[in-house]
Ligand binder design. Structure first.
Ligand SMILES: [Zn+2]
Ligand SMILES: [Zn+2]
Length: 344
């Protein structure tokens, strides 16, 4: 089968591999679609020794069951599925509560991170990682598993603060942010304020239901403050899908006292929680900061349900498998609008 693999740090290459077989408890999927995620760039950029090499990337997978391994029940060839990418230990405190994204035994990993992923014609996954998607288009189902699930989980963590009439600031309307806007529209009655540097991204946010848009820049904080009022009031929830120094400065300057700041983006910015001399103000008093990670299987089922009723739609740009390296380069240059989806 054809696959696209990381063969050395920073190197993504086409490969011809034997088609794998499903072992006990596993299922062989014919891959229908794989989302290209910023995390894949972090994997590619990581120094040797952190991720296995060679590694077939791709952790946002949707596909059709091709072969069922020994001991698997409930799945048959032809079933249309989405893959929950995390593989927790299954028996720690967190896993027993269904929080495999907080597993206390297995370090951060999963399909396409610590074992071969979906950038191939076929992938083997544990049957327990599959969810039915019905007749949902696979190019939609794939991005739901991460670009949809990660913002859904972040919003779930902030849910008690997302009261009707409050404001939620969404920073970064990319692959995850444009899903966050739709999830907020579908599941809350908050005033959504979208922030991005790109005018096209802000237009997308408006089309998806954001009530206000603010272009990132020197006066963004002032513009957001005009909408949410002066401190100690502010936005009850801020979702930062970028996580760079400038976005974190904006985030902490607009969040309300007692609010919640969710740092989802991995751009490497610093968020001081104690006042630093000559720096912009730190997070307000009583404000909670969370660094969410991906989501749970139960949440993925709800995300798929939103997709099935048409309330969550990924804006996708599709690429054939042989153009996957090109898709990642475009992602790196910030040229992908919505989500790049590779169709093997
Ligand atoms: Zn991802
Ligand atoms: Zn565990």
């Amino acid at each position: 089968m054809r696959a696209v693999r990381m063969t050395a740090p920073g190197v993504l290459e086409q490969a011809e591999l034997p088609t794998p077989a499903a072992g006990p408890g596993e299922v062989l999927l014919r891959v229908g679609a794989v989302g290209a995620c910023h995390s894949d760039l972090h994997i590619l950029d990581a120094p040797a020794g952190i991720f296995p090499i060679p590694l077939t990337l791709g952790h946002e997978i949707a596909g059709i069951v091709d072969q069922v391994g020994p001991g698997v029940s409930g799945w048959s060839p032809g079933d249309r599925t989405a893959v929950y990418g995390i593989i927790g230990c299954g028996h720690c405190r967190a896993c027993l509560r269904g929080l495999e994204n907080q597993c206390r035994v297995v370090p951060v990993g999963g399909i396409g991170l610590s074992r071969d992923g979906g950038l191939a014609e076929y992938v083997v996954v544990p049957a327990s990682r599959l969810l039915h998607v019905g007749d949902l288009d696979l190019s939609q189902a794939a991005p739901l598993t991460d670009a949809g699930l990660t913002p859904y989980h972040a919003i779930e963590l902030a849910r008690p603060k997302l009261r009707p009439g409050t404001a939620c600031v969404v920073i970064g309307i990319g692959g995850l942010g444009h899903m966050a806007v739709q999830i907020l529209v579908a599941t809350t009655a908050v005033r959504i304020i979208a922030v991005d540097t790109s005018v096209a991204a802000l237009e997308l946010a408006s089309r998806l239901g954001a009530h206000e848009v603010v272009q990132a820049g020197p006066d963004a904080v002032e513009q957001i403050r005009a909408l949410v009022g002066p401190p100690p009031d502010g936005a009850d929830v801020v979702l930062d899908f970028v996580g760079a120094d400038p976005t974190l400065i904006t985030a902490r300057q607009v969040v309300a006292t007692g609010g919640k700041l969710l740092l989802v983006g991995l751009a490497g910015g610093t968020l001081p929680v104690r006042p630093v001399a000559d720096e912009p103000p730190t997070v307000p008093l009583e404000t909670g900061v969370v660094v969410p990670f991906w989501g749970t299987r139960a949440e993925l089922q709800e995300v798929i349900a939103l997709g099935q009723v048409g309330q969550l739609h990924a804006d996708v740009q599709t690429f054939p498998l042989e153009r996957a390296p090109e898709a990642y380069e475009a992602l790196r240059r910030g040229e992908i609008h919505g989500r790049a989806v590779i169709m093997p």
